[in-house]
Design a protein around this ligand. Structure first.
Ligand code: CA
Length: 223
């Protein structure tokens, strides 16, 4: 059963979301603050985190930055669920590493649909897409291959490729790629991303064309 962590300080809303997730076959765990949530993600594995931004104590965006640097949780999908609904807030949330952003008030049906989509993407881990694209990435052996032939990648190139293969069609901003691959503290410019993408494309040969530029925004992997 998929475990979902709900970080929401409004008790009625938290109860409503918990109830609906439970009746949809998930195993939800609710908390009203992000400090407790940090302990929860330290103790147990979650398949998805629903994150309010305006919270007592540690704020949602700070929580997101912290967990994106934690080995165990860095890959866990996070959906921000917030009353902050400006374009700037949404882009900032996605740039900070959220996988999706839902503004309040929201429809429970939409929340459930987005939940299902995020869990599906996280569990498919691109296996089918690997087969389609002929690109294979093994995170245990840290080896990558194209059409069955091993290719030699630098560590950051490998991380980039893995991210694309696991999230086909997802658009990543340059800032997202910087944050995800290089980390928040890195003193690196966005052209570093472009340089690594260019090198990765060359190493992928013809399949390099699958990494598409999205004008003014960033990159995505076509399937
Ligand atoms: Ca709140």
């Amino acid at each position: 059963m998929k475990r979902i962590l709900i970080i929401e300080d409004e008790p009625d809303l938290r109860a409503l979301v918990e109830f609906n997730l439970r009746t949809s076959g998930y195993s939800p765990v609710g908390t009203d603050n992000a400090n407790d949530a940090l302990m929860l993600v330290n103790d147990a594995q979650f398949d998805l985190i629903l994150l309010d931004l305006m919270l007592p104590g540690l704020q949602g965006d700070q929580f997101l930055k912290i967990i994106r640097g934690m080995d165990r949780v860095s890959d866990t999908p996070v959906m921000i669920v917030s009353a902050k609904d400006s374009e700037r807030d949404i882009i900032a949330g996605l740039d900070a590493g959220a996988d999706d952003y839902l503004t309040k008030p929201f429809s429970i049906k939409v929340l459930l649909a987005k939940t299902a989509a995020l869990l599906r993407r996280a569990t498919s881990v691109g296996r089918e897409n690997d087969a389609h694209a002929g690109i294979s990435v093994n995170s245990e052996t840290h080896r990558a291959s194209v059409d069955g032939r091993d290719i030699q990648l630098a560590a950051k190139e490998f991380d980039l490729l893995q991210l694309f293969v696991r999230n086909p069609e997802k658009v990543f901003t340059r800032n997202q790629l910087l944050n995800t691959i290089w980390g928040y503290e890195a003193d690196i410019f966005t052209r570093t991303v472009d340089a690594h993408i260019s090198s990765l494309r060359k190493k992928l040969g013809k399949k390099g064309q699958l990494i598409r530029s999205v004008p003014k925004i960033g990159y995505r992997m076509e399937v």
